[in-house]
Ligand binder design. Sequence first.
Ligand SMILES: *Cc1c(COP(=O)(O)O)cnc(C)c1O
Length: 354
Amino acid sequence: MKKHNFSAGPSILPQEVILKSSQAILDFNDDGLSILEISHRSKAFIDVMENARALVIELLGLEGKGYKALFLQGGASSQFLMVAMNLLEKKAGYLNTGAWSNKAIKEAKNIGDIYEVASSKDANFNNIPKGYSIPSDYDYFHCTSNNTIFGTQMKSFPNSPIPMVCDMSSDIFSRVLDFTQFDLIYAGAQKNMGPAGTTLVVVKEEILGKVSRTIPAILDYNSHIAADSMYNTPPVFPVYTTMLTLEWLKNLGGLKAIEELNEKKAQVMYSEIDLNPLFKGFSVKEDRSLMNATFTLEEQKLKETFETMLKEAGISGVNGHRSVGGYRASMYNALPIDSVKALVEVMSELESKA
Ligand SMILES: *Cc1c(COP(=O)(O)O)cnc(C)c1O
């Protein structure tokens, strides 16, 4: 039986995407070859790559606005470095909202001077700092839209006087935003759009080529743009599966439709957390993530009972990250609302037993 999959990443994909991609492993386009064994220079794969890149730009509403979509490797973690190599001449400002921001800051410090414009570290990152200002003489501003581990999410973005870079690994394609306010967006595929193995970068071309250092070709966005995201062998299967997920999303009605679904799921989840006296939400209400709901069980003596009940209900992947403890329900795009209802049912059943 298929489980209710709340895994934080790699995470749930639409069932039809799993079926189509497994079919492509057996026989791609009914052509007698597996997608795993054809050239990335074949027309069949170039079509996949071009379709995936075009869907990214279309779904984000960035057509004709000077952006390029790239499917790279090395994970969002390699973007922590690559962003700085390509954009950082002297200094950059980072918003520190948790573990991933911290890692981004640490890597960028290898390249130049990094200043934290604000941080919620003192509150163990249970909120998103607000009311900070961004110096206009920095090279860029970096933020993390959704903090996967702590369960907070930026609901609005600052009016940045300098290029704005955003790590959207765990909420890309989950809601409607004005994406033209960002100059560079990156996201590991494995949270909300595909399997592990590819990293999406969407970059406004005009911000590139401004630093004085020599950038090694493999780390230079311009080499990847010039080669239509095929500078070297791309991660063929993750790109194909991501393309299928983006097609699924488009057929569903795009970001507007998925945002409505995600809001409904989050509403069901958080109202149980708030109403059930056995549970307590981790992050402050106004900054709660629609993607990752973090909460703790107040009565530790019920832990075993709760976890047995979860298991019996086929609920998987709700353990919290070690830096927060408790539980984390990741409700990415592909998670059906019925899975959220199943989890909430177990939570309220626990209350009636307590
Ligand atoms: C998971 C995650 C990362 C790390 O992604 P990798 O692809 O494993 O390098 C970075 N940022 C955020 C917000 C994440 O959720």
